[in-house]
Design a protein around this ligand. Structure first.
Ligand code: UD1
Length: 428
C-alpha cells in the first residue's frame, strides 16, 4: 500500500502534457474484440484500469503487448466468452465488454458489476437495450448469462430514458455487426462516444451521428483492425488546471482539447483565473485570490461533468465567498467532503447539494482517497494547504492518472509516493 505525501503551499508553474483518456481507452480496448485482427491504440495511458482491461483481453485469448504509449491487440483468437469475477470487480466499467463479446461470439457470461465507490451502479438501461436487440440475458446468482439465437443480433430503435455513457457504448458495440439498422435516441454525447465511433468507423463500421443525441448504426458483416490515437483526457486536464489554480500558479496544459471541457473553463474564469484557450492547449494564471462559484450542477455532456465536481470543489474551499454544488449524476459522490473537512474546509451537505464557505487557508492533514476524482481533489487541496498532507488509499488515484507525481514535480510541487506506514519527510 502506498500514499502520497504533499508539502503544500508551493506555487505551481510550467507546462505539462496530458495523457490519453482512460474513459476512451477502456471501451476502445473492448471494441478491438469486434475486429478479429490486430489493432494499435496509440496514446493509451498506463493506468491500473487499462491494465485490468488488458488482463481481460489476455484472459479471453487475445494477444496483447505495450510499446511505450501504444498498445497492440490481436483479437484473431477469442477462446473464452466468460470474464472472471476478479477481473470484473477490478474495474466496474468492464460491463462494456458485454456488448463486444456477445457481438463477436454470440455468447457472454460475466458477473454483475454491483455497486462501487460512487454508489449503486445499475445496468438496467444496458440490459433492456441489449434485450431489445434480441439478446437473451439471464440474471442468475449475480451472473449475467447472455446468448444470441440463430437469427443473430437485430438492429432496432432504442430510446434511452437517460443518456448513459456505458449503455450507449454497449449498444454501439452490439450494433455494429448486427443485422439491419440501430437507432439510439437520447444517446450520450460525451467525446469518448465520438472517439469510439471514429475507431469503429476506421475498422469498417457505419456509425453516424456520434456526439449528437441520435446515433444511427448501419450493421456491417465484419470489421478489420486499424491504428487509432486515443483522445486526451479532459478530466486530467481539468485536474492540472485546478492544481495550478489553488496554488496561485500559472500553467500551460498541452496536448489537450479545450472544447471537450467547455463547461469547466468558464467556471475557472468566474473564480478569477485568467485563461487563454488554444486549439490544443490551455493557459491558466491564478495570481489573484479566487472567488466562489455560482451554483454548479453536474449534468450529462455537454453539461458540467460529474468527474470535475470534486476537483472544482477542492479549489472553492479557499475561494472567497460561498460556492454551491448540485450532484445530479451519482448518489454517493460527496465522500471527499469529510476528508476535505479534516483539512479545514467548511462544507455542508444536504442530499444532492453541497455548500462550500471559502476559508482563508487549508491545513495539511492525514486523509484517505475514497474514489478516483475524490482522491485527486485531496491532492489539489494538499498542494494548496499549509503543511504536510498524507493521502492514503491512492490505488483509487492510480486508476486515472499516469505519471502524476513526476509531472507535478516538474512544475514545482513537493510530492512523494511512499510506502504506507512510513512518515518520511518530503523532498525539497
Ligand atoms: C459516468 C459519466 C461519464 C463519466 C463516467 C466516469 C455521465 C452521464 N456519465 O459514465 O461522463 O466519464 O461516469 O466517472 O455523467 N444509470 C442507470 N442505469 C443504467 C446505467 C446508468 O440508472 O443502466 C444511471 C447511473 O446510476 C448514473 C447515471 O445513470 O446515475 C450515469 O450513468 P452512466 O453515464 O451510464 O455512467 P458511466 O458510463 O459510468
Amino acid at each position: 500500500m502506498e500514499k502520497f505525501v504533499v508539502r503544500g503551499g508551493r506555487r505551481l508553474s510550467g507546462e505539462v502534457d496530458v495523457h490519453g483518456a482512460k474513459n476512451s481507452a477502456l471501451p476502445l480496448l473492448a471494441a478491438t474484440i469486434l475486429c478479429g485482427s490486430q489493432s494499435v491504440l496509440h496514446n493509451c495511458p498506463s493506468l491500473s484500469d487499462v491494465d485490468a482491461a488488458c488482463m481481460i483481453l489476455d484472459y479471453l485469448g487475445c494477444g496483447i503487448s505495450r510499446e511505450e504509449n501504444s498498445v497492440v491487440v490481436d483479437t484473431s483468437n477469442l477462446e473464452h466468452f466468460e470474464v472472471p469475477d476478479t477481473l470484473m470487480r477490478e474495474m466496474r466499467s468492464s460491463i462494456v465488454f458485454l456488448g463486444a463479446i456477445i457481438a463477436r461470439l454470440g455468447r457472454c457470461r460475466l458477473c454483475f458489476p454491483g455497486g462501487c465507490e460512487l454508489g449503486p451502479r445499475p445496468i438496467d438501461l444496458h440490459l433492456s437495450a441489449l434485450r431489445q436487440m434480441g439478446i437473451d440475458i439471464r440474471e442468475e446468482h449475480g451472473y449475467l448469462d447472455c446468448s444470441v439465437s440463430a437469427r443473430g443480433i437485430q438492429g432496432t430503435k432504442i430510446v434511452l430514458s437517460f443518456p448513459s455513457v456505458g449503455a450507449t457504448e454497449n449498444i454501439m458495440l452490439a450494433a455494429v455487426l448486427a443485422k439491419g439498422d440501430t437507432v439510439i435516441v437520447n444517446a450520450a454525447r460525451e467525446p469518448e462516444i465520438i472517439d469510439l465511433a471514429q475507431y469503429l468507423n476506421k475498422c469498417g463500421a457505419r456509425i453516424l451521428g456520434a456526439g449528437g443525441g441520435t446515433i444511427v448504426i448501419h450493421g456491417v458483416r465484419n470489421l478489420h483492425g486499424c491504428e487509432h490515437t486515443v483522445i486526451p483526457d479532459r478530466i486530467v486536464t481539468v485536474t492540472y488546471l485546478c492544481m495550478a489554480a489553488i496554488t496561485g500558479g500559472e500553467i500551460i496544459v498541452n496536448r489537450c482539447i479545450p472544447s471537450h471541457f467547455d463547461a469547466v473553463t468558464p467556471v475557472l474564469e468566474q473564480m478569477g483565473c485568467r485563461m487563454n484557450v488554444y486549439p490544443d492547449s490551455i493557459y491558466l494564471n491564478a495570481s489573484r485570490r479566487l472567488r466562489g462559484v455560482k451554483t454548479i450542477r453536474t449534468l450529462p455532456y455537454p453539461g458540467f461533468p460529474t468527474d470535475a465536481q470534486a476537483l472544482i470543489m477542492a479549489v472553492s474551499t479557499v475561494a472567497e465567498g460561498t460556492s454551491v454544488f448540485v450532484e445530479n449524476i451519482f448518489e454517493s459522490r460527496y465522500k471527499h467532503i469529510g476528508e476535505l473537512a479534516r483539512m479545514g474546509a467548511d462544507i455542508k451537505v444536504e442530499g444532492k447539494v453541497a455548500i462550500v464557505d471559502g476559508v482563508e487557508k487549508l491545513y495539511g492533514a492525514d486523509v484517505e482517497a475514497t474514489d478516483l476524482r475524490g482522491g485527486a481533489s485531496l491532492l489539489i487541496a494538499g498542494l494548496g494547504a499549509e503543511g504536510i498532507t498524507r493521502v492514503t488509499n491512492i490505488g483509487h488515484i492510480d486508476r486515472g492518472y499516469d505519471g502524476l507525481e513526476k509531472t507535478l514535480r516538474e512544475i514545482g510541487a513537493d510530492i512523494q509516493r511512499e510506502k504506507e506506514g512510513l512518515n518520511g519527510s518530503c523532498s525539497s
